[in-house]
Design a binder for this molecule. Sequence first.
Ligand code: SDX
Length: 393
Amino acid sequence: QGDVFTYDPGFTSTASCESTITYIDGEEGVLLHRGYPIQQLAEKSSYLEVCYLLLYGDLPTAAELEKFVHDVTHHTMLHEQMYNFTRGFRRDAPPMAIMVGMVGAMSAFYHDSTDITDPWQREVAAFRMIAKMPTIAAVAYKYSIGQPFVYPRNDCDYATNFLRMCFSLPAEDYMPNPILSRAMDRIFTLHADHEQNASTSTVRLASSSGANPFACIAAGIACLWGPAHGGANKAALEMLEEIGTPDRIPEYIARAKDKDDPFRLMGFGHRVYKNFDPRAVVMKQSADEVLDLLGIEDNPILQVAKELEKAALDDPYFADRKLFPNVDFYSGIILNAMGFPTSMFTPIFAVSRTVGWVSQWKEMLMDPKQKIGRPRQLYMGATERDYVEVEDR
Ligand code: SDX
């Protein structure tokens, strides 16, 4: 009736918005941030420089970058009351649950940066979210393992600060090897933004009503949590650990192809990429570097990953469906080697993706044509009928 709607189960063919931030060509395996290829940014840039690029549209001058890094660094501390808020969770609460709760709670702690009609408050909200997310993720981790919280320091770069807040102890300070800090920074860069993925679309839709920015980012974190999206890095590593040895790979390849088996190869396939995910290629190189540094280049999990990738790419089922490793296939191997439990993989993805969510939130709010989002449906239910009294049913 009325307008005719086309139904697309995953909205991959209908544009949901205009944006100038990230471009993806799924057929060619291209990912550009404001026109710059992800491979060049991962090799030559830093996460905070990429944050500046995503937020403001171009690479900063040296002076602009220095001020941006200073301003982000000086927003990394949390309101002290938020640490008490965290102590209300059960100790076994998943770090993702704590992150959703804490970021949602920011809407109650940072009243002076929630009026989205005020450009200054928008800017402060953006800085607070990008700067405080590593502190929140580290707090969630420390709380889940019963260790004291570690405060951020202003003399550390973004990735080093995060690793210190996760692994330092009162009895023994932890200062990561620069190669590990660089690998962590690169993981942040590789996950920074990715066009209109499910969690970013969640943030845009929530924000389109004018809702509190922190609450909208909490909605994005909730969406990212799912195993089909940001939860895939955790599921991919758990799958590799379950496979255990290369001789068991054929069994899992067969399961992934079996329509009666819900099992899928985690870290494989993508809603948009029908070629290699360019981020996965960089991530694989980073995995080799980190494991070489840590002297575990013969890491059995990495061996299984490489054998599994080869077996899948040689199999017509995956080739015909254009199923390639995605960004989540190798990231878990690096994080595992750094000492993170799988429960921290998606929180780390959330830390990185915050700048993507915030950049697109700002872009949408600054668009004068912007209206509240209102997806429609293809109605498949009953046609109109009259009420039947209960005694007549
Ligand atoms: C992320 O959108 C983004 O940009 C997301 C992200 C980002 O940066 O924000 O890139 C991050 O979420 C990466 C994706 C992480 N998820 C996983 O790795 C989970 C495993 N992958 C699958 O669940 C799946 O590939 C999806 C959800 C990622 C993509 O699903 P699609 O494109 O909708 O594919 P589909 O479900 O339509 O499947 C097409 C065919 C089907 O077979 P047929 O019905 O044609 O016979 O391919 C099969 C599927 O059964 N298939 C798989 C498979 N993925 C798809 N078979 C085995 N293993 C898989 N992983």
